[in-house]
Design a protein around this ligand. Structure first.
Ligand code: NAD
Length: 493
């Protein structure tokens, strides 16, 4: 039997247990076995972390020159590159995602810290052309204060980087709450934060449940900015919690992203893009392209090829090189997917491949690539975010119809368009109500490219040049340049 790893939290530059001594046991999705324990933070632990962040904000971090903060970020980026294999391995055990993907991503995450390090000393203020004599008015961007970063279980390194890097670059301090479903990766990441020399209290990583830990953090009086990624139901709690501290909130939520393939698309390209969009990370990606609309002329042929491709995907242990799809993150998720598939079939959905748990599913949380033909997109699998490898396929005839169908869902995170006609690509991508559109490609990220959704997929973009301003507030300063005393207020008018 392998030894269970015991982790501590990182608060105020120290490795600590929770006040209560309670632990969360974390399961390996590959075999359903406990592989690590982490502290279960309660309100007292949250309070300690937030106060440490507040002290660090007031006494050190916010007052550093931006270029000096940038040095710390670059040092963290170097450490991420050097430790990407190790972090990737931990993230794979934590989440069940493929090692191939987690180690590559861990290395790439370094680019985010470098990018925001580069921006740290480039956020300038303005001189306002004011309408008053002798007055000079300037605006400067100042840090906000303590940031609460709430992270979901998937892509913790990335979803932390898009919050932490701009927040630190601008002089804020941060308390990160890892997900209870995969808490270890961020504790390993905290070891690199410590090594980078970032002063104590500037970055704190706590582990705990949504309630009481996440609730206490997002409602804490000293928190002034909340950056949340997770599901829409949790987001509603976050907004309620923030009424306690009137924090500025950004929400990166779920999606049910539509993808359209026109008759004139390069089919090989579309097949690869669609497969990676829905079966990559076992479909557990917020931007998963899970609703597919195929134009009628190529419908049968394209669907046939897609099913063949999906059936060839090798499912297995996520650490193995040859594995193309690993397990889901939790058994609860698997059951939720099954429930949706069952009701989709009852309402007329036709399974083209997959659809049922595998014999190895009782050991790990494996679910096969599934394609369901739906007569309309109101069937459960075509409507709800399943966060799994399930693609719902529908037929359409005309471009306008496709646009209407694509926009007919409460979410608006991502979308995809496959066509070889430039005009059509431009018309459709313009008409889609989503935060992101991929044309003849899919599932790409970059520190330079803003990421985020509209409608029920949330608000506030992460990554990209503008996102750094989301971690600042504008301060207006009035200077009186006159030598004369101010007019007596009682003689005015
Ligand atoms: P989740 O909403 O269940 O949990 C996210 C985080 O919120 C966890 O850390 C959890 O402990 C915390 N939380 C739960 N209740 C809370 C409360 N009352 N107060 C404060 N915090 C609370 O999400 P999940 O299952 O971990 O992740 C999957 C969801 O995240 C999916 O809907 C997915 O689409 C979404 N997601 C979105 C993006 C994006 O960038 N748009 C990226 C990845 C995942």
């Amino acid at each position: 039997m392998t030894k269970i790893q015991k982790y501590k939290m990182y608060i105020n530059g120290q490795w600590v247990n929770s006040e209560s001594g309670k632990l969360i046991e974390t399961l390996n999705p590959e075999n359903n076995k406990i592989w690590a324990t982490v502290p279960e933070a309660n309100t007292k632990d949250v309070d300690k972390a937030v106060k440490a962040a507040q002290t660090a904000f007031n006494t050190s971090w916010a007052n550093l020159y931006p270029r000096d903060r940038a040095k710390y970020l670059r040092s963290l980026a170097d450490l991420l590159r050097k430790n990407s294999e190790h972090l990737g391995k931990i993230e794979t055990i934590d989440t069940g995602k493929l090692f191939r993907e987690t180690k590559t991503q861990a290395k790439y995450i370094a680019e985010y810290y470098d990018y925001f390090a580069g921006l740290a000393d480039k956020v300038e203020g303005t001189v306002v052309p004011i309408d008053k004599p002798d007055m000079q008015v300037t605006t400067t961007r100042i840090p906000i204060g303590v940031v609460a970063a709430i992270i979901p279980w998937n892509s913790q390194m990335l979803l932390t980087a898009v919050k932490l890097a701009p927040a630190l670059a601008m002089g804020n301090t941060v308390v990160i709450k890892a997900s209870e479903l995969a808490p270890v990766t961020l504790l390993e990441f905290a070891k690199l934060v410590e090594k980078s020399g970032i002063p104590k209290g500037v970055v704190n990583v706590i582990t705990g449940l949504g309630e009481p830990c996440g609730k206490a953090l997002t409602a804490h009086k000293l928190v002034e900015r909340i950056a949340f990624t997770g599901g829409p139901e949790t987001a509603k709690h976050i907004i309620k919690n923030s009424s306690e501290n009137l924090s500025q909130v950004s929400l990166e939520l779920g999606g049910k992203s539509p993808v359209v393939v026109f008759n004139d698309a390069d089919q090989e390209n579309a097949l690869n893009g669609i497969t990676s969009g829905i079966f990559g990370a076992s479909g557990q990606s917020c931007i998963a392209g899970s609703r597919l609309y195929i134009q009628s002329k190529i419908y049968d042929e394209f669907l046939y090829k897609l099913v063949k491709k999906a059936q060839k995907i090798k499912i297995g242990a996520p650490m193995k090189k040859e594995t193309q799809m690993g397990p889901l993150n939790s058994f609860k998720q698997l059951e939720y997917i099954e429930k949706n598939i069952k009701s989709t079939i009852e309402q007329g959905g036709k399974i083209k491949c997959g659809g049922k748990r595998l014999s190895i599913s009782n050991e790990g949380y494996y679910f096969p690539p599934t394609i369901i033909e739906c007569k309309n997109h109101n069937l459960p699998s075509a409507k709800n975010e399943l966060f799994g490898p399930v693609l719902s396929v529908m037929k359409f005839k005309e471009e306008e119809e496709a646009i209407k169908l694509m926009n007919d869902n409460k979410y608006g995170l991502s979308s995809g368009v496959y066509t070889s006609n430039l005009g059509k690509a431009m018309r459709v991508s313009k008409a889609i109500r989503a935060g992101m559109v991929f044309v003849n490609t899919y599932r790409l990220i970059s520190p330079m490219a803003p990421f985020g959704g509209i409608k029920d997929s949330g608000y506030g973009k992460e990554a990209g040049i503008e996102s750094i301003k989301e971690y600042t507030r504008v301060k207006t300063t009035w200077y009186n340049s006159s030598d004369k005393p101010m007019t007596d207020p009682f003689t005015m008018g």
